[in-house]
Ligand binder design. Structure first.
Ligand code: SF4
Ligand code: SF4
Ligand code: SF4
Length: 567
């Protein structure tokens, strides 16, 4: 009997034989019988949930997907929305404690109209519905699938799912999901952690059914909710729903390539897309885009070649709008065109500003500085010949961020500089690549923004190679847990008063925001000895350290500690 794929466990529910599984998911009958029999054993279970029972919880790690056979569920984000307040101008009493942190339930002002356009009103979760930021709850019912991304990539669960009524579901391992919708490549870390040779499947008509369901039920709302499409009228959205193509790309697949003519516009339905550009020195990552975001507009607006290459980071589902429809939309809705133009200008401006370290510097520099300094675009340096360890920079950062410093006066040491632990605006911001709810993004001005709906799963903090994201408790007013609704067999209770809000603590990711609202960052401004500075590393080191190249070519000196860590 074959072992379950990838070492995952289905430790609850009734095991399903191949025959029983076909009864619930008949499309699996399209998989060649021998292959199906070989891999279907032990790979799916039938789960029954009573009304009010929790099926999975946001932030929990999992490796399975669920197909709803009968009954309805609520899918929601239980973690209260909040973040640590930023008041960059503040210079108040220092020493406030975490216990005194207050959530700021309004969000900071957007930095530009293009940023406004990017602001989401919907939270993407691992299901066919998006959740409204103001009230993050949705409904799924018979025939719906959820947990697909968790099953494929082992990302934490993006939302909590609770049975609204008695439900029956098939819980499946990835091998069944792959049989149903097709294999989308397997992560190297997964390959190395299992001895089971993963099979590949081309998928069944189940995927086409899901696409059709999406086209009929969700696509209209998905397009309507994209901020830049807000002014489209209903008739035009319906036209887009009919004429757009739904396409899926596997991990690593190139969606469009820099230099090629642009023939369509893309809206991300699910997954993460890497946008990169060829520069002297190699490909540079410009940004990552996720569900609800779009790309491909620059070539169509300018009627020129693609300005960047876009690649699927994991499995990506796209809505593709042809050039003709796009031009019709731009002509009929000038507001949409104007907003897209503003975003395109910002994107181009930001791409032009990015470059690898100066070519006048040795090509060995990149290799020698394996501390990642040249992967940074904005470093917080402290000149140790001037610094008196007074910690006024740390205090200033804390005062500007509701008592929580986003700066650690600790980190890598390079000659007489301390590279402080504060966001360094990486060229390839790994922190953004696995957020299950799309709550971390980067503005064009390089500020990392963590949205209020962060569920505190810690994934971004684990991914930042420099320890620049920390998890912080934030005091919030949360609605008391609602009692589970009665099952069908129980009598309905008398109407209860609305649950009171009570103080509780939520954990949120937080990072240095570069103090982008200020002309000079608080930490730099506060230093009385001019020791703290924010710099572009390649410009700074080539200008201020003429002896750098000689140093880098002297391995003996490097080994003696030109690069070291201080505490
Ligand atoms: S921002 Fe970070 S901690 Fe918050 S949900 Fe996303 S990955 Fe998890
Ligand atoms: S948070 Fe970390 S990974 Fe993200 S841009 Fe800043 S330093 Fe880089
Ligand atoms: S730039 Fe602002 S947020 Fe970042 S470490 Fe300095 S004071 Fe703190």
């Amino acid at each position: 009997m074959p072992a379950p794929l990838m070492g995952s466990k289905l430790d609850q529910g009734e095991p399903l034989s191949g025959e029983a599984l076909l009864g619930y998911l008949p499309a699996l009958g399209e998989v060649p019988k021998g292959v199906f029999t070989k891999f279907a054993e032990n790979a799916a279970v039938l789960r029954r949930f009573r009304a009010g029972e929790t099926i999975c919880q946001e932030g929990d790690f999992g490796s399975t997907a669920f197909f709803i056979v009968s009954g309805k569920v609520d899918i929601f984000i239980a973690s209260p929305q909040a973040h640590i307040a930023t008041a960059p101008g503040g210079r108040g009493f220092f020493g406030r404690t975490v216990a005194r942190m207050k959530s700021m339930l309004t969000r900071e002002a957007a930095s530009s109209p293009a940023d406004d356009a990017a602001r989401r009103k919907w939270i993407p979760v691992d299901a066919s519905v998006d959740l409204a930021v103001e009230s993050p709850i949705g409904e799924l019912g018979p025939g719906d699938l959820f947990g697909e991304m968790t099953c494929r990539t082992f990302q934490p669960r993006s939302a909590t799912v609770r049975a609204r009524e008695d439900c029956v579901m098939v819980e499946m391992l990835r091998v069944i999901l792959d049989m149903l919708v097709g294999t989308r490549d397997i992560d190297d870390s997964v390959k190395s952690s299992t001895k089971v040779k993963a099979p590949t499947f081309k998928g069944t008509s189940f995927k086409a059914e899901l696409d059709q369901k999406y086209r009929e039920r969700a696509m209209f709302n998905h397009i309507k909710r994209v901020p830049v499409f807000e002014s489209l009228d209903e008739a035009f959205i319906r036209r887009l729903c009919e004429t757009s193509v739904l396409k899926t790309y596997g991990k690593g697949e190139v969606i469009c390539r820099e230099g090629e003519p642009g023939d369509r516009f893309y809206l991300i339905r699910q997954g993460l897309v890497k946008v990169s550009q060829a520069k002297a020195g190699g490909d540079m990552v410009l940004t990552y885009l996720s569900r609800g975001e779009y790309f491909g507009e620059i070539a169509l607006i300018r009627q020129g070649p693609r300005t960047a290459t876009c690649t699927a980071v994991d499995m990506v589902d796209l809505v593709e709008i042809g050039a003709e429809e796009f031009q019709a939309m731009a002509a009929q809705f000038p507001e949409v065109r104007a907003q897209m133009q503003a975003t395109a200008d910002k994107r181009l401006q930001s791409a032009q500003a990015k470059r690898f370290p100066s070519l006048s510097m040795s090509s060995s520099l990149h290799e020698a500085l394996d501390l990642g300094l040249m992967q940074a675009q904005n470093l917080l340096l402290i000149d140790l010949t001037r610094c008196t360890r007074c910690d006024l920079c740390v205090q200033a950062c804390a005062e500007a961020h509701d008592g929580v410093s986003r700066l650690l006066r600790d980190g890598t040491r390079f000659e007489n500089y301390l590279v402080a632990t504060a966001c360094r605006s990486c060229q390839d911001p790994l922190c953004m690549t696995q957020c299950p709810v799309g709550s971390i993004r980067r503005r064009e001005n390089l500020e990392i923004v963590i949205e209020d709906w962060c569920i505190g799963c810690t994934k971004c903090a684990e991914l930042c190679p420099y320890g620049n994201i920390t998890m912080q408790p934030v005091e919030v007013k949360a609605e008391a847990e609602k009692p589970a609704p009665p099952s069908k067999s129980e009598a309905a209770p008398a109407a209860a008063p609305a649950p009171a809000k009570k103080p509780s603590t939520a954990t949120k990711a937080t990072t240095c925001d570069l103090c982008t609202q200020l002309a000079t960052p608080s930490c730099v401004y506060a230093c009385p000895h001019d020791a703290a500075m924010r710099v572009n590393p390649s410009e700074f080191f080539s200008r201020s350290m003429p002896g750098l190249q000689a140093l880098l070519f002297n391995p003996e000196k490097s080994a003696k500690g030109s690069f070291r860590t201080t505490h």
